[in-house]
Write a protein that binds this ligand. Structure first.
Ligand SMILES: *Cc1c(COP(=O)(O)O)cnc(C)c1O
Length: 378
């Protein structure tokens, strides 16, 4: 059996261990310390958007805290992009709130502005104005930022920008993660950079950041004993993980370039194949980190389905994965309200994510290429 080619695997830069050693040398083995502070600063500098960043234990934790800070509570409705990873939606349920799912549009595969406005109007008509909108830059592709923000502003609903997959992506030259009332980043093991597990909340005021840090460190009131007036969480990032993050930030631009070159590789590979579409930027306003390369295969034109392709790759130990299954089709959200048509469902049925790691070798690309060509020429 050939060695496994992963969809997306960790790719260390070189200085991660240096920062971890510093933490050990200074005994900062705790969910605070110099690595946490420096990691936060480097993200703020990278986003270049006058933001304050709180490093947390996970992107999911960041989503949860952003909902709390937006005042989402029991019985509230929160709009959420349906085609996303479940972590975009689960924290809505943590709060006892109710997700309302929205279809994708066909260009970026993200939140459809038409279905979004229809949903807002309908929920308002039913006496339930949504408390927040969770919009996602899936696979690193920016959503239609201008359209979505204009609608959110028109109805005065805060946007929680799930940029877990989109660190390094830009819209009109501005960093993804910096547009919403809050932005969310993830440093899970499969993301473009990793801290082994971790996330961050992007805030637009010192006050919002301080509140996130307060809530993420068990909500301790200012007193010599343990005193609490709020429910707290244990969501802060460890100083060890932040050391990995500092090393990873030093190579982030290289990682973005490498991921983008993987999508270019697939564009070239599928160039003259009718029925295959590679997800690329719709126009020059969009800059995707192309965290994962994604395609759709129309079996009527290709003669094979995305599942045929997935299985053909799996036979040679190459990992690929269907596009994220929309939340309104998930058993756990079977009762949720949904607005839109069947765009996200069709994307899920025909779509596949292909190996996109920044550490793939020429030989590994060649193996991917040979296997795909074999199926095409069958
Ligand atoms: C990874 C991911 C998350 C969750 O991040 P974690 O750090 O794994 O908790 C949230 N949303 C999306 C779209 C993701 O891909």
């Amino acid at each position: 059996m050939n060695e496994k080619i992963w969809l997306s695997s960790p790719h260390m830069g070189g200085n991660e261990l240096k920062y971890i050693h510093e933490a050990f040398d200074e005994n900062w083995v705790a969910p605070l310390g110099p690595n946490v502070n420096e990691f936060e600063k480097s993200i703020e500098g990278y986003l270049d958007a006058d933001v304050q960043v709180a490093a947390l234990s996970a992107g999911t934790a960041a989503l949860h805290l952003s909902l709390i800070e937006c005042g989402v509570g029991y019985g509230d409705e929160v709009i959420c992009q349906s085609m996303t990873f479940s972590a975009s939606a689960n924290p809505i349920a943590y709060q006892g709130a109710i997700p309302v799912f929205i279809d994708s549009e066909n260009e970026t595969w993200n939140l459809c502005p038409v279905a979004l406005e229809e949903a807002i109007n309908d929920r308002i008509a039913k006496g339930k104005k949504p408390k927040a909108i969770v919009a996602v830059h899936l696979y690193g592709m920016p959503f239609k930022v201008d359209e979505v923000m204009a609608i959110a502003n028109k109805y005065d609903i805060p946007v929680i920008e799930d940029a877990a997959e989109a660190l390094g992506s830009k819209y009109k030259g501005k960093a993804c993660g910096s547009f919403g009332r809050f932005g969310i980043l993830s440093f899970n093991g499969n993301k473009i950079i990793t801290t082994s597990g971790g996330g961050a909340l992007v805030c637009h005021s010192e006050e919002d950041k301080n509140k996130a840090v307060f809530l993420s460190t068990q909500a301790r009131d200012n007193a010599p004993h343990y005193q609490h007036s709020h429910i707290g969480y244990n969501y802060r990032m460890s100083n060890i993980c932040a050391g990995i993050g500092r090393g990873q930030m030093e190579v982030l631009n290289q990682r973005v370039e490498a991921r983008r070159s993987m999508t270019k590789f697939y564009v070239e590979l599928f160039k003259n194949i009718p029925g295959i579409r590679v997800l690329v930027e719709p126009n020059a306003d969009y800059f995707s980190n192309h965290w994962l390369a994604a395609i759709t295969a129309d079996p009527k034109l290709t003669g094979f389905s995305r599942e045929d392709l997935r299985l053909a790759l799996a036979e040679d130990n190459i990992e690929s994965r269907p596009l994220w299954k929309p939340m309104h089709l998930q058993p756990v959200f079977a009762d949720a309200t949904y607005y839109g048509t069947n765009i996200s469902e069709t994307l899920f049925n025909n779509g596949l994510c292909l190996p996109s790691g920044s550490n793939l070798t020429d030989q590994e690309r060649e193996r991917i290429s040979i296997n795909i060509k074999k199926l095409i020429n069958r």
